[in-house]
Design a protein around this ligand. Structure first.
Ligand SMILES: [Zn+2]
Length: 357
């Protein structure tokens, strides 16, 4: 039996060798070891492009989480100082060692970003600072350092924290007072094919391709972040049944990232995945409406917010009509947002609180 199989195999192999056309030219010698080296270079370039997209989102996200806090319910407000931190144990596993290299990560906590207009930024904490001590005690370090640090800040509420950082071999003591922020975490997925963003009740997620496209103009990331924040702030997820199985695969990766943001959640069980999260059109309109308030509260120029939906229409032309879809058409969004911008400006001019009706 085995012999027959071998004969058949040889016969087929011979047939393939004889029948397949072969390139006629002589190629330069190929060194596979060099291509393994090249893999490392390309993965580092990919990691750095992800990092750039992520840091854009982090700067904007921290700003909005703090400054639009009034849109979030009391139960969704926590105390924070506005730092995004990491050790060499954080970040997506596929690019972790590359990120460690680019951000000079160690076992100590490194500040990766401070949002625009956050307590941390205003107190003088900088990207790249290593947190050595907090309130005269050795700062958390190692595997769980980031979540321990966030918890410490959260639990001590309004307290002013004395943070000792190492910056260019100098030790600097900085006092920073914790303030209220919306509790939601955020991340940028490694997916460079999907063009999507979603909110699942706990997190705000952008695909890498979406984050890179949004970064092309000033209002892109703030507007989409504000829209997704609105879904979470107004608990749109409560009425939405998620597909429990669809998200299991991607969930594990998200969960790892989630922990690096210091918010406890389990994406594996929640089954959150890109595309599974969609709301009814009424909720989308409400999120659009609230997004303009979140932007205004966070100090962004809202004049260009309606125009964003024209740019989106050019990128995704099917969204111009969008009949029977999960989202309002970009034409409807443009028209509605123009009205909302008028409403917000009216409140600003009358010196009223910038809060939704
Ligand atoms: Zn939405």
């Amino acid at each position: 039996m085995v012999k027959i199989r071998i004969q058949i195999f040889l016969l087929i192999s011979t047939f393939i060798i004889v029948s397949c056309a072969q390139p006629q030219g002589t190629l330069p010698t190929y060194n596979q070891e060099l291509s393994i080296e090249e893999q490392k270079i390309q993965n580092q370039l990919f990691a750095d492009s992800w990092l750039k997209a992520y840091l854009n989102v982090s700067e904007v996200g921290l700003n909005i989480l703090f400054n639009a806090v009034e849109l979030c319910r009391e139960e969704d407000q926590i105390y924070g100082i506005g730092v995004d931190i990491a050790t060499r144990y954080d970040g997506p596993e596929q690019i972790r060692s590359e990120l460690t290299k680019s951000l000079f990560l160690t076992d100590d906590i490194t500040i990766v970003a401070t949002g625009i207009n956050t307590p941390a930024r205003n107190a003088g904490l900088n990207r790249g600072d290593k947190i050595i001590k907090i309130n005269d005690q050795t700062a958390p370090y190692g595997v769980n350092a980031t979540s321990e640090f966030y918890k410490k800040i959260r639990d001590s509420k309004t307290k002013t924290h004395q943070i000792l950082v190492k910056r260019n071999d100098q030790e600097i003591l900085i006092n920073v007072k914790a303030q209220k922020q919306c509790r939601f975490g955020f991340f940028v997925d490694l997916d460079n094919n999907t063009f999507n963003a979603f909110a699942d009740g706990n997190f705000i997620a952008l695909s890498l391709r979406m984050a890179k496209w949004l970064a092309q103009d000033e209002i892109g990331i703030p507007l989409v972040f504000a829209h997704e924040l609105a879904h979470n702030a107004y608990h749109h997820i409560d009425d939405k049944k998620t597909n429990m199985q669809a998200g299991a695969g991607i969930g594990l990766l998200l969960d790892i990232l989630a922990r690096s943001q210091g918010v406890q959640t389990d994406f594996m069980n929640m089954g959150a995945n890109m595309g599974a999260m969609s709301y009814s059109i009424d909720y989308e309109n409400e999120a659009d409406y609230l997004s303009i308030y979140a932007l205004a509260l966070s100090g962004y120029e809202i004049d260009d917010a309606a125009n964003f939906w024209r740019r989106f229409a050019v990128e995704v032309p099917s969204s111009i009509y969008s009949k029977g879809g999960t989202h309002p058409s970009t034409s409807e969004r443009y028209v509605r947002i123009e009205k909302t911008i008028e409403e917000v400006y009216d409140k600003i001019n009358k010196e009223e609180a910038i809060l939704p009706n």
